[in-house]
Write a protein that binds this ligand. Sequence first.
Ligand code: PLP
Length: 280
Amino acid sequence: MPSSGAHHRCPLRPPPPAPRWPAGMNYSRFITSVSAARKASPIRLLSELMEKAPPSLISLAGGAPNPDLFPFKKATVAIGHGSAIEIGEELMKRALQYSASAGIPELLSWLKNFQRNLHNPPTASYSPEQGQMEVCITTGSQEGLGKVFEMLINPGDNILLDAPAYSGTLAALRPLGCNIINVPSDQHGIIPNALKEILSTWSPDDSRHLPKFLYTVPNGCNPTGNSLTTERKKEIYQLARKYDFLIIEDDPYYFIQFEKVICPPYSLAVLFLVQERPKI
Ligand SMILES: Cc1ncc(COP(=O)(O)O)c(C=O)c1O
């Protein structure tokens, strides 16, 4: 998880103008039928309700273990710049107990604020119906990718990959039976003209065959080490609008660059949501 070191702090950007479209992006055409069929598990919904209930309420519906029996009692995590994070007994009990599926509410709101300070995406101020920014905690980038790929890919789907690609991504993609199309890159990341040429084999209306998404590692790409420039992000985003594909940014190295990051660039999507409204 990113640290809150001083050089990562970035002044809050002015809030973007309110969205001009009544409802948020419609992502339903991207979602597989298996994913679309998923319903929230009642026992997980109950965990969410219990978070809001007074401590006097004892639910016999779920199997919450007695927190006094948890093996870990407290912890201190030393941070690189000298301070420490203390996890006391009460917090440790909460951390080890069942909680809402998306994560412990305080951690989620910390992460949402962090996203606001870092990227200030316009979706942060949307209503849930408009497609408000959401955060889901995973055990790492690989788990997040696995979830996203399984949510989006049907066998035979075309997908675009920043090449050469990270081997873990390839391992997650290959069993899903998609058609992987490599997009060449150089020292500044994906080459927009090469992407344009690949996409020109489809009509922008051919939603059945157009690639569903482009996967890229925008900073310190594994294995090439290259990073996408802002200019290229803009060009790629224009192509994403024209050919209606999603952009999946896998950005595990943003906070561990050798040179200090003064003010982070917008991510691909946020950069252009702020500058230019997608046509819906
Ligand atoms: C580009 C890229 N994505 C994802 C991962 C996996 O990240 P995590 O260890 O957070 O699952 C790696 C690890 O090497 C990586 O290089």
